[in-house]
Structures are given as structure tokens and as C-alpha cells.
Design a binder for this molecule. Structure first.
Ligand code: ZN
Ligand code: ZN
Length: 363
């Protein structure tokens, strides 16, 4: 059976649990996940036995090509998307309509609530996101490809890295290389942070700071493929390895390795986070690691599940997560190492394989 249909069936099973007659999917990524549609300005009305994608005339041909077999309602130009949805919900006699509270705007919700006087609007938060957290084979293949684009781009970038290049020049070059190797682009604006700028976990590349201004550079980047994403971080030493850098680097690497070793079906996301955190705490850097250990990647670069303190998620085969511990010392810099990891039936597989030993990071 077609994998898109399987996804809609899985959504229907969740709708039954939520006791809704239909689900209004408005988040473009979720619409794409459930239909294969890559356009925008369209919503999916998924029912118990009938699914409709509500769109406009710009997408008629694209819908035929991308979503064969899916019933498309092309609204007339005089009708807004919300008006079309309200008309269809009334026509279908939907009594309980699930909606995405994290994505439907207050204005849209207000409109639907006032129009749909005989329909109850039921918040079904994260319904599609929960399905997206577990990838099928085709999705894993697409993530592998995005990892490959990112790794090849980085390897070529590193070979040409030279003192004097600005952070922004390096980031721009990396984006160009990602495209050259087959990506449609970056999965997010690359972070290229030299020395103390790496103390900012989300530093923006500058034109003032240059490779060689300090002994090391942090690069956090990823590729967008078809349309799945990758997300990696490596440190590159461009000067000398100071004892402090060595201590921080070895701590972060050990934390990452310990966390990866804890990833398996049935493991709690919070326990995987705790593995890494305890290594960093024991080294005395606990308060300098103040973000979660990792996040799911897929159609979005940040999605479920989250690896962090108090996360109730239990890992399942097919989940793909980043593992990215970091230590950030103000005025000194930061070290983060990030890989993409697939939960397999009997453990995990690290999808990225760029070298990361301290020796491999040396010039
Ligand atoms: Zn990253
Ligand atoms: Zn990340």
C-alpha cells in the first residue's frame, strides 16, 4: 500500500482515539506529510472515510501530479480558504472537528468557531507530529541522503578552509557546496563561529571574525534533500590544541558517545539526555550545558522527539534524533559535537560518520 495512504490511515486511527469525525490539517509540513503535496496555501480535511485537500487554482496541476487519487477541492477566487473549509465542514455534517492548536491562528479559529455553530472544534495537539516522529524506510533513506550531502559539502569545505576567511564567507561557501552536492539548500543558516563566538550556541556568522583569529571554529550545518533534513556539528582546530580545549573537547565527545550508547527502543529520551549530562557535570561543566541533548529531524530540522530533561518520550525504532551535547564557556568559546542517529529495532545506527576524534580535528 502507498506509504502516503498508510500515513492517512495512521492519522485516522488517532482521530478515532480523539473521537473526532474529521481533522483539519493546516500546517504545511503536516499537509505535505499526509498528502505528498509540496505547495502551500492548502489544507487537508481528513475524514473517517473521505479526505479532501482544499486548495486554489494555482495548484490544480501540481495536485494532480503530486497527489493522484486524493480528492481536491479548488476553491473559487472569491472564497477564502476558511470560507471553503467552513462550507465543506457544514456540507459533510461534521460534528466534531479536530484542529491543530499549535498551527491554526487565533483569527482562523475565531472565524471557524463563529461559522460552524453546529460543529465542536476539538484541539488535537501534535496528532500528525507524533506520527512524523517515527520514520518509514523511504524517509530514513531521504535523511541518509541529506546526511550524505552535508558530509560531502563539509569535507570539501574543510579542505579549502584557510586563515583570513570570514565566518560569513565560510558559511556562504558551505551553502553553495551543499547545493553543488545535490541538496536543495541548507536545512538552516549554517553556524560558523570562531573561538569565543562559539560560546553562543546559535552564533550568526560575522564579517568581522576570521578563521585564525582563534585556535578553533565550530561549524553547525545541515542539508535539505527530498525534502528531508540533516543537522551536524563539528569543531575544527585551526591553531594549537590548548589543554583547556582538549579537556572540553574530550568531555563533550565522551558525553556524546555515552548518550549514543544509551539509544535503543524502550529507552526514555530523558535518560539518554541524562547520560550525556552526567559526563559533563562530572567534569565540572554542568552549568555550561544549558540546552537539550537533541531533537528529532525529518521534514523539519527541529521536530519530535526531543531528547531533554523531563521528556516523557520512549524511543521507538524509526525515530531519528540529533545527539548534540555542548559546553559553552563565556569569553572562551564553546564545543558542540552533533550527529544524526536512527533508532533501530535492536539499538541505534549513527547515520553520520565524519571523523570526530580530537586528532581528526587537528589541522
Ligand atoms: Zn545543529
Ligand atoms: Zn541540532
Amino acid at each position: 500500500m502507498d506509504r502516503i495512504l498508510l500515513r492517512r490511515d495512521a492519522a485516522r486511527a488517532r482521530m478515532a482515539v480523539e473521537n473526532v469525525d474529521a481533522l483539519l490539517v493546516v500546517h504545511p509540513t503536516n499537509v505535505g506529510y499526509l498528502t505528498g503535496f509540496t505547495g502551500d496555501s492548502s489544507v487537508l480535511l481528513a475524514g473517517r472515510d473521505r479526505d479532501l485537500i482544499v486548495s486554489d487554482g494555482r495548484f490544480t496541476t501540481q495536485l494532480e501530479q503530486e497527489c493522484p487519487g486524493l480528492e481536491a477541492v479548488i476553491r473559487p477566487a472569491v472564497e477564502s480558504l476558511n470560507q471553503a473549509v467552513a462550507r465543506l465542514v457544514k456540507g459533510l455534517g461534521i460534528r466534531r472537528l479536530g484542529f491543530e492548536p499549535s498551527h491554526l491562528s487565533v483569527a482562523d479559529w475565531d472565524f471557524l468557531r463563529s461559522e460552524l455553530t453546529s460543529t465542536e472544534l476539538v484541539a488535537t495537539d501534535g496528532l500528525v507530529e507524533t506520527l512524523r516522529a517515527v520514520k518509514d524506510e523511504a524517509e530514513v533513506a531521504a535523511i541518509r541522503e541529506a546526511v550524505d550531502f552535508a558530509q560531502r559539502a563539509f569535507t570539501k569545505l574543510r579542505a579549502g578552509l584557510a586563515d583570513g576567511q570570514t565566518e560569513k564567507e565560510v558559511a556562504d561557501r558551505l551553502e553553495a557546496l551543499l547545493r553543488e552536492f545535490g541538496a536543495t539548500g541548507s536545512s538552516f543558516p549554517p553556524i560558523v563561529a570562531v573561538g569565543r563566538r562559539a560560546a553562543l550556541p546559535h552564533a550568526r556568522p560575522t564579517v568581522e571574525t576570521r578563521i585564525g583569529d582563534d585556535d578553533f571554529v565550530l561549524i553547525d550545518w545541515g542539508a535539505t534533500g527530498r525534502p528531508y533534513k540533516s543537522d551536524l556539528t563539528r569543531m575544527i582546530v585551526t591553531g594549537k590544541v590548548t589543554p583547556e580545549f582538549e579537556k572540553v573537547y574530550r568531555t563533550v565527545l565522551t558525553a556524546q558517545e555515552r548518550a549514543i550508547a544509551a539509544i535503543r527502543p524502550g529507552a526514555k529520551a530523558q535518560d539518554v539526555d541524562a547520560e550525556a549530562r552526567s559526563v559533563i557535570e562530572q567534569a565540572g561543566f554542568g552549568r555550561f550545558f544549558d540546552h537539550g541533548l537533541g531533537h528529532g529531524i525529518g521534514m523539519d530540522v527541529h521536530e519530535g522527539p526531543r531528547l531533554r530533561k523531563e521528556s516523557p518520550t520512549i524511543l521507538e525504532p524509526g525515530m531519528v534524533v540529533t545527539v548534540e551535547p555542548g559546553v559553552y564557556l563565556p569569553e572562551w568559546g564553546g564545543v558542540r559535537i552533533e550527529d544524526d542517529v536512527l533508532v533501530t529495532p535492536d539499538g541505534c545506527e549513527v547515520l553520520s560518520d565524519l571523523p570526530k576524534t580530537l586528532d581528526a580535528m587537528r589541522p
